[in-house]
Design a binder for this molecule. Structure first.
Ligand code: NI
Length: 212
């Protein structure tokens, strides 16, 4: 009896030790944060941004030059996103509403999809119309999307659905980029920032005139 108790105690202590090591390992594991839309790599926005060639929701081919001369708020996401993308896009629309009209008039909100397979121009047209008539939806070939995402240091990855291959989801980083009239990224907003904070920062940038 006593021997059995001792053996149980030893097994128990060993199990606790293993659990401790495993939890230490998990906590000390890969140094990426986890956003509500999946893993988010540590932000690094030095030299982000750059030229792109994409297609808008009306089927028109556009480039970064299409939007030069004004400001753009660029968000990377996808129309099948269950929660984070709609929340962030609503926030951008709200932020535009909280800016002085003459400031908001200079800012084009843009959604660039990281799911070009499902987000055709037509799909984007229906989706952006749900938010605001000013919202532009851009898609492209998988290569074009990979290129612009790389320039903006955007992480995205396809998560397969075991039961239905058409119901895959996308993990992606959640950042909104304020691009100036010269095409340079002026500010980057995270999903922790409110519409009010975005509106204030964009207004300060636009009214400050920047270095254009
Ligand atoms: Ni999303």
């Amino acid at each position: 009896m006593t021997t059995r108790l001792i053996r149980l105690a030893i097994v128990g202590a060993f199990a606790i030790m293993v659990a401790g090591v495993v939890s230490w390992y998990l906590n000390a594991g890969p140094g990426t944060g986890t956003g509500s839309d999946g893993p988010v790599p540590a932000p690094s926005f030095a030299n982000v941004g750059g030229p792109f060639a994409l297609t808008d929701q009306s089927g028109q081919e556009v480039t970064d030059e299409t939007y030069l001369g004004g400001y753009a708020l660029i968000y990377f996401g996808y129309t099948y996103c269950p929660d984070v993308c709609p929340t962030e896009l609503w926030k951008i629309v709200q932020a535009l509403g909280q800016m002085p009209e003459e400031v908001a008039a200079q800012v084009t909100p843009i959604l660039i999809t990281i799911d070009p397979e499902r987000d055709t121009p037509d799909a984007l047209a229906q989706y952006v119309a749900l938010f605001d008539p000013r919202l532009v939806g851009l898609t492209g070939t998988p290569e074009q999307i990979a290129e612009v995402a790389d320039e903006y240091n955007v992480y995205y990855a396809r998560i397969e659905d075991d039961e239905d291959p058409t119901r895959y989801t996308m993990d992606h980083s959640v950042y909104t980029y304020l691009v100036g009239p010269d095409g340079a990224v002026r500010n980057v907003f995270t999903n922790g920032q409110t519409a009010e904070q975005i509106a204030e920062a964009v207004t300060a940038e636009v009214e400050g005139g920047g270095s254009v």
